[in-house]
Design a protein around this ligand. Sequence first.
Ligand code: GUN
Length: 310
Amino acid sequence: MAARLLDGVAVATAIRAEVAPAVAAFTAKMGRPPGLGIVLVGNDPASEVYVGSKLKSAGEAGLRADLQRLPAHASLADLMAVVDGLNRSDAHDGILVQSPLPDGMGADAERQVFDAVRADKDVDGFHPVNVGRLVQNRATLVACTPSGVIELLERSQIRIAGARAVVIGRSDIVGKPMALLLLHRHATVTICHSKTSNLPRVAAEADIVVAAIGRPGFVTRDFVKPGATVVDVGTTPVSDRAVVERLFAPGSKRLAAFAKRGQLVVGDVHPNVAEVAGALSPVPGGVGPLTIALLLRNTLLAAQARSQGR
Ligand code: GUN
């Protein structure tokens, strides 16, 4: 039997519908909308698309959203000056510096910049204070993608308490916060990574698998217990025809989309997982729309907390 599809678009629409009236109420009370400052350094094509979607969605939700751009050759000091300005701005409740930063900024630039964003404006949930609060299960601002996965599971009536959950990937942005959020909801959590021995066997014990490693089609049907829930966080742009043809059947819609555009955004989960999983989040239309919805909610939460002096 084919897996039930977990509809990220529908869940994101529901979250946005909750955020919009709260944004309107904040705006009426404070005389200004919640404000989000987005910083984009350089012209990475994927980042351009993501930032464009974030600005559009923020506007639709009634937020103020400003984009500050820096050229790819900008220095770390230039970027820090922009962050400092947003940290001091009364009009901005949330700050997001789009990742990745250009290589020329240095290997440690991203960490330094994320550390420099005020914790109470850190709508990405990347600041060490917010990560620490997450560890203690008392965070307000939590990374958007893993929060979105939780919303997708809970609003799709997938039971987390008592479940065995396997998170594949240990990044600071997705894997680690994902594991903590599942743990706080009483799952028994295992984090797998590139050094995990016999990863398919470990994953196949799970009731919930979250794949966040950025390797197209890595999770195949042998990783999945029949009936398990599989959430695909992968979004890797692929332009190699051989890779796409290995994943998608001749005549499939995804192959047709590739033929048209010469590129396809591909998840970490192989399509054959749909034959064994009980529920599966698609790419596109799964986790992606939720990341933006949670960014809007985090901006609202940051604005509410700041206005209450919390
Ligand atoms: N680049 C890709 N995803 C994200 C995200 O969630 N936050 C930031 N700041 N950059 C990203």
